[in-house]
Design a binder for this molecule. Structure first.
Ligand SMILES: [Zn+2]
Length: 102
């Protein structure tokens, strides 16, 4: 199942953090509504350091409430299909987390 956590999703930040904790093997599409920035769309693993919630930094996380929002799925192929449909071309995987298998 693909879940969209957009800027207007009530409690989106908390839902995103909870989703990562519940789906450590899942995948995250980091995307933005800004058309010219669509080349910045990336698919990350839930374990990617750039997607990690830092409990010590409770006020400083903005996963879904600023220009970027998240679309999450436990199935990478499903997420890639969603991204292809929305963006019109395939979305690359993050260079940091796609290389590490675990
Ligand atoms: Zn990543």
């Amino acid at each position: 199942m693909v879940t969209e956590l957009k800027q207007n999703t009530p409690d989106g930040e908390r839902l995103f953090v909870e989703w990562i904790l519940a789906n450590p093997e899942g995948f995250i599409l980091n995307c933005t509504d800004i058309k010219r920035a669509r080349d910045d769309w990336r698919i990350h693993r839930a374990k990617c350091p750039s997607m990690r919630y830092n409990p010590a930094n409770k006020s400083g996380h903005n996963f879904t409430t600023k220009e970027f929002y998240k679309v999450v799925s436990s199935n990478k192929e499903e997420l890639q299909a969603w991204a292809l449909r929305e963006r019109g071309k395939p979305v690359p995987e993050c260079g940091t987390c796609s290389r590490s298998k675990k």
